[in-house]
Design a protein around this ligand. Sequence first.
Ligand code: ASP
Ligand code: MG
Length: 407
Amino acid sequence: MKILVQKFGGTSVATPESMKRVREKVLSGLAQGCKVVAVLSARAGETNKLLALAEEWSASPDLAETDALVSTGEQVSVSLFAMMLKDAGIRARSLLAWQIPIVTDDDFGNARIRSIDSAILKDCLAEYDVLVVAGFQGRTADGRITTLGRGGSDTSAVALAAVLNSVECEIYTDVDGVYTTDPNICSTARKMDHIAYEEMLEMASMGAKVLHIRSVEFAKKYKVPVRVRSTFSNDPGTLVTQEDSRMEAVLVSGIAYDKDQARVTLRDLPDIPGTAAAVFGPLSEKGILVDMIVQNTSLDGRTDITFTIPRKDLRQTLEIMEDVAPRTGASEVIHDVSVAKVSAIGVGMRNHSGVAARAFSALTQEGINILMISTSEIKITILIQEKYVELAVRILHDAFGLDWDID
Ligand code: ASP
Ligand code: MG
């Protein structure tokens, strides 16, 4: 039995008209000789409304009850869609996560999938042609409802695709696929035909919002081919898959950016063992994600440490540094909130040199100052003043020839 998992996002299931398009996509899956597992999100705006309701009714909404509440958005979508399929004479039924079950840990609001039992799914697939499964939800081992974090339906879909050995996991959304960069700021951005899991992970961690990051981790681990495509067109979309030689031939595959950054510097610290641990230990205890870190070479046994954090964590970070600075002997703490990261990403960097030099010279030609640099095997990240971000994205997109059609 061939099984196809298709996931439909909030805008795809928002209205009866858009649901009819979803039904067309499901029918095309059936026409390929597959049984279809359709994973649905809540209708657009619904999850936000439910979260607002919790805030309105409770001074401090209980996390487990919040999950029981917000998971209803998906319950509405799946039952409505199953009705529409039956209207069209299709053998279909809805399934909530607890009915399968999709078992998660008990981190309410951000639960991780532990296991999915395929027995009930397989029985249902023998009886029905389409199963309409609620995304975003799970249940703990002791039976409480959980949710997987915002955007988590992608992860539900990929996990189901892995368990059911789906031919592919199609993620239907309102864009045609994954672009070389944000088309809203770069008019020459191009839809990619394929992208490697690792590149997609880097793009997603930089804020490219097409896929829930954990869905990509899942897909990579279980080698599930994921196709991002639009409910509102017939474009084949972008295939997120294992890296191959075609991808390695391309130096840079995409340019991502993240404006949500702040920079903090501790000046004039003693360069002795334990200093960095004293700075970053308290930040990690508070769950603050430090990204770029630079420590200067020491002069007379003293050094500076600079790092970046998400902007929302700046106030808390500065509070922590008030305590850390005197303990480590730093002379002052300075910060800057108007910074942003721009990254060039590509698995091809593994085998090619000169990517960094090309990026730096392109930015220099436009007079953009580089504040910090960090590199990994497949990514170069440059910190710049936020006001230059759009320009920097366009310059790098152009410098690496991403507007050319290479396929
Ligand atoms: N409905 C959830 C959200 O809005 C999950 C999803 O759409 O993937 O975050
Ligand atoms: Mg989504």
